[in-house]
Design a protein around this ligand. Sequence first.
Ligand SMILES: NC(=O)C1=CN([C@@H]2O[C@H](COP(=O)(O)OP(=O)(O)OC[C@H]3O[C@@H](n4cnc5c(N)ncnc54)[C@H](O)[C@@H]3O)[C@@H](O)[C@H]2O)C=CC1
Ligand SMILES: O=C(O)CCC(=O)C(=O)O
Length: 352
Amino acid sequence: MNALAATNRNFRLAARLLGLDSKLEKSLLIPFREIKVECTIPQDDGTLATFVGFRVQHDNARGPMKGGIRYHPEIVEHDEVNALAQLMTWKTAVANIPYGGAKGGIGCDPGELSTSELERLTRVFTQKIHDLIGIHTDVPAPDMGTGPQTMAWILDEYSKFHGYSPAVVTGKPTDLGGSLGRDAATGRGVVFATEALLNDHGKAIPGQKFVIQGFGNVGSWAARLIHEKGGKIVAVSDVTGAIKNTNGIDIPNCDILIPAALGGIINRENANDIKAKFIIEAANHPTDPEADEILSKKGVVILPDIYANSGGVTVSYFEWVQNIQGFLWDEKKVNNELKTYMTKAFKDVPEP
Ligand SMILES: NC(=O)C1=CN([C@@H]2O[C@H](COP(=O)(O)OP(=O)(O)OC[C@H]3O[C@@H](n4cnc5c(N)ncnc54)[C@H](O)[C@@H]3O)[C@@H](O)[C@H]2O)C=CC1
Ligand SMILES: O=C(O)CCC(=O)C(=O)O
């Protein structure tokens, strides 16, 4: 199912459960603003290349819109960004941080571009959107294919128009006002979320067998922290391939599956093969609604993305607060606060 159709479907189900007014439901399904820009850059060989950049600002009822910037060849198209922006609105609400939701990106393969081409592309994109983002309007952050360096380029380009404004992006290098702990935050939050869920089922991480799909920022931090806590990582994969441990355990044969790459990868084609008892959605919308139904019938417990991966945006919020206050937190405080937010959100979600 198309990402936007799936996200809208889940929202409509939730709206029905909440008894939400149908006019409010309609207003929440339509994004506040959709931005699509042409980004042309000179490549290193002197020829021109044109890319399409997006920023969808979904909702700002609770505060400035917040969400990542993704660089990916297939993913960045209108409906996908729209779905991801909507998910950010629900995620910031679940995390109970004072933000709305947004998401953006550029349709490109960052692995095919040199560092200087990526810098030029990021700067041109920022020139096109700088009037529509800002500390109190819309605050970008990293997502797939981007990272602290991308945020540094956005900050530098934005500051040429508006003066030095570190809080305009989060997930920056720490030298430029980035928060300690932001790099690991999404993975760390996934681990706190997993602990909360397992605790609810009378279990704990030590001894559980994990499979992680995606070994980038989120997947690799989650793997490292799970390993430190005594969990057994039996297989990991990234876009180039997969490895499993020498005990020869089948990839689907694990206790806990953590998708940490693309959306829609758990679908009706493979849902029946999944043997895991728990799925922790570290990626955004990894489970298609049809798979959701199949897995629920099988009794698989799915911890949804808008809670499970909210550690990243939560520490982004801490970074924004630190920038505005001009006061730096040590890493221990960041991680402790993250745990407090993740634990509270886990308890809040099932409350009527
Ligand atoms: N970076 C962050 O703070 C946050 C990221 N997320 C979500 O987490 C997911 C991963 O994001 P990042 O780790 O930041 O991205 P990343 O770009 O650092 O890493 C992505 C990983 O996915 C792998 N991958 C791509 N296609 C794959 C495939 N078909 N099969 C297996 N692996 C594949 C890549 O090889 C790479 O290891 C995305 O869905 C993103 O939206 C969610 C919340 C915050
Ligand atoms: O840190 C942020 O502001 C946004 C992270 C993000 O894009 C996400 O949670 O999907």
